[in-house]
Design a protein around this ligand. Structure first.
Ligand code: URA
Length: 289
């Protein structure tokens, strides 16, 4: 599950490992629950992963009774569903939240004896020169300084990790688009929705103008950036470091050249999210028999 040089030998000192935020521990039958997992699909919201779990069950013909699609573990922070060889789990908003999930879930799969598991994040984002509802597939994430690295401050020291996504998986996801609007390119991943993404509709005077935002968005477009969100940088870095193939798709909810407000109806937003979910289901259909 994790490449040898990144395996944490300190874990062998624990008599029991409590995966606190997931409400799981190693006294449970993790192999029985998770042992056959092949894909982990994660989204920010608990509502969206529940919807995705049901969509997978129906469209992939997994034959699970609806009443049996229930969260595993606790739901205070994350909601996790298992449908056949697929885990659908919410990760909350932002990099700290997804990182906690990645550590605990990866340990759960490691304790379950899983070997070949791919992770796919199905998110939402602000698009750049893309019609809302387009599914953006990320090849590489860049940070707010426009560098392709995830920076961590650990014990007073700074370390940096590369942030590429698995190129083969990215291409396979793109190839699964069928008639869905889709684009492939880089993603800007920030630590804040309002100011670090350059929104003009936060509570405080942002200290930049509409023209500044336009110029910045043009710079991003010229670098091959197609969207902006808040998790892919940490997600790519974790998976690359662990040796887990990772893919990143997200529905765009705005075109940042046109503005910031996400003022579509609930139904329209559901359609946009469903585009990203559908693309991943198209991909999974080619993998799961
Ligand atoms: N998510 C983001 O991070 N930014 C957007 O503009 C939309 C969704």
């Amino acid at each position: 599950m994790i490449k040898p040089e990144q395996q944490n030998t300190h874990l062998t000192e624990l008599t029991m490992d409590t995966l606190y935020h997931l409400g799981l521990d190693t006294a449970m039958d993790l192999k029985g629950i998770f042992g056959d997992t092949k894909y982990v699909c994660m989204s920010g919201s608990a509502e969206r992963v529940e919807d995705f779990a049901h969509q997978c069950n129906t469209e992939l013909g997994l034959g699970i009774a609806d009443a049996d699609i229930v969260p595993i573990g606790k739901t205070e922070r994350y909601s996790l569903y298992k449908i056949g060889p697929i885990i659908a789990v919410s990760h909350g908003m932002g990099m700290p939240s997804i990182q906690i999930l990645l550590h605990e879930l990866t340990k759960a799969l490691m304790y379950a004896g899983c070997e070949q598991v791919a992770y796919i994040r199905i998110g939402t984002s602000g698009g750049i020169d893309l019609a809302p509802g387009t599914v953006a597939i990320t090849t590489q994430s860049i940070n707010g300084k426009l560098q392709a690295e995830f920076v961590q401050d650990v014990l007073g020291h700074t370390r940096t990790w590369p942030t590429e996504f698995d190129p083969e998986l990215a291409q396979q996801l793109y190839d699964a688009r069928e008639n869905l609007p889709a684009a492939m390119g880089k993603t800007l991943s920030t630590n804040d929705f309002y100011e670090e993404e350059g929104h003009l509709d936060g509570a405080l005077a942002p200290g930049y103008t509409k023209e500044d935002v336009h110029t910045f968005t043009e710079t991003l477009r010229d670098m091959g950036v197609i969207n902006i969100e808040m998790e892919s940088l940490a997600f790519a870095a974790f998976c690359l470091r662990a040796g887990i193939p990772a893919g990143m798709v997200s529905a765009t909810l705005t075109d940042r050249f046109q503005g910031d407000q996400i003022d579509f109806s609930k139904q329209e937003l559901m359609t946009f999210s469903r585009n990203a979910q559908q693309l991943v289901i198209n991909f999974l259909r080619t993998k799961i028999v």
